[in-house]
Design a binder for this molecule. Structure first.
Ligand SMILES: NC(=O)c1ccc[n+]([C@@H]2O[C@H](COP(=O)([O-])OP(=O)(O)OC[C@H]3O[C@@H](n4cnc5c(N)ncnc54)[C@H](O)[C@@H]3O)[C@@H](O)[C@H]2O)c1
Length: 346
């Protein structure tokens, strides 16, 4: 294994950025050079308390941080001088200007799913297309829902068990820390467009997927639920379908008959397992609910939206910087460093 450590910056220390920062710090082959943001409140103060070097994403933000008593190491431009790659987790649709800034500094960049495929010209899910990201200057880790779709349908496809797939997505209304900002209360809001964007977005990673998604937003904050109906090219047994999921990385089984009956059960279990922030990086797929009728498979799974893209971002960093040429080895390194499992019910 190479001794070289890749130096990483995180720009945007919010829900996703703070998790990426911790995940980078946990990798033996990466060094977190610093995090940048525009806020001066508790969020960035936590980064200082954790011992991370903090930078203002703009000169004004750095000044405001200093004025507010935050220990600031400089501006984003100073941080970019010290790194090989930046993970951009700024709010969606704001990254086009950032990409120019990163390129001007000669720094590679990984964006998140709020951005369009066209921004980087490459969309990433490690198990599907690590190799095509090798050495690129930028990629986009697809959104939480899209990541789960590529992981699960990619698994069925690899096993020759996928003809077409139709999924209903019950989305969380907002992230827990933002529940005071507003949200959906005591209702369910169907998205106005069918197909919803997640199916087409999955095709940015696997172009020939026959997939349609329908999405609704529900009045809860704790993660998304997907319910899928898959037509297979032939009749298959339940065991074959389960084996296909088991063979793929980052899909872990849940069981209702062991008390994991709803999204909140899993959230509680992740906390009890001592996971950072109660995160579930895996797709949590209900093993005992999965059923096969002839050549059709039906199953439900949970997407912990705040965490699922974090391991993919770590792999994207390795791919862009060519720190690890082999995707499955990168996945194994990331999973070991984070504590990702194949089964929660053991
Ligand atoms: N929240 C989720 O569940 C989730 C899941 C998957 C992907 N994503 C994607 O991740 C990206 C980030 O989303 P998030 O939920 O972490 O957002 P967030 O609002 O929680 O965090 C964004 C952070 O960026 C900071 N910021 C704002 N403007 C900035 C600027 N100009 N320069 C630097 N920092 C700036 C904000 O202060 C905040 O700390 C988006 O593309 C989003 O679509 C979010």
């Amino acid at each position: 294994m190479s001794e070289k450590k890749v130096r990483v910056a995180v720009n945007g220390y919010g829900v996703i950025g703070k998790r990426i920062a911790d995940a980078v710090a946990a990798q033996p082959d990466m060094e977190l050079a610093g995090v940048a943001d525009v806020v001066s409140d508790w969020r960035i103060r936590v980064a200082v308390a954790k011992g991370y070097s903090v930078f203002g994403s703009t000169p004004e933000a750095a000044d405001a941080m200093r004025a507010g008593g935050v220990r600031v190491a400089g501006t984003l431009d100073d941080l970019l001088e010290r790194v090989d790659v930046v993970a951009d987790a700024t709010p969606k649709n704001g990254a086009a200007a950032n990409l120019l800034r990163y390129r001007a500094a000669g720094v590679k960049s990984v964006f998140q799913g709020g951005e369009k495929h066209e921004l980087a010209g490459h969309s990433f899910v490690a198990q599907a297309n690590y190799a095509t990201a090798l050495g690129r200057d930028a990629t986009r880790v697809v959104s939480c829902n899209t990541t789960s779709i590529v992981r699960t349908l990619g698994a069925l496809r690899a096993a020759g068990l996928l003809k077409r797939a139709r999924g209903v997505l019950v989305r969380r209304a907002t992230d827990p820390w933002e529940s005071d900002h507003g949200g959906v209360l005591n209702t369910v809001v169907p998205e106005r467009r069918i197909p919803s964007h997640q199916g087409p977005d999955a095709q940015t990673v696997i172009p020939d997927l026959d997939v349609v998604t329908v999405a609704v937003v529900a009045a809860h904050t704790i993660s998304h639920l997907h319910s899928w109906s898959v037509e297979m090219p032939r009749q298959a047994s339940r065991d074959e379908v389960l084996a296909a999921f088991r063979a793929a990385p980052r899909i872990a089984f849940l069981r209702a008959d062991r008390g994991i009956v709803a999204l909140n059960s899993t959230v509680e279990m992740m906390s009890d397992l001592g996971r950072p922030r109660g995160d579930m990086w895996e797709v949590g797929l209900w093993e005992d609910t999965l059923s096969v009728i002839g050549s059709e498979a039906f199953y439900n799974y949970q997407v912990y939206n705040q965490a699922i893209v974090v391991p993919e971002t770590i792999d994207a960093i390795r791919a862009l910087t060519e720190l690890e040429p082999d995707g499955s080895r990168s996945i194994a390194k990331t999973d070991q460093a984070l504590g990702i499992v194949r089964d929660f019910v053991g």
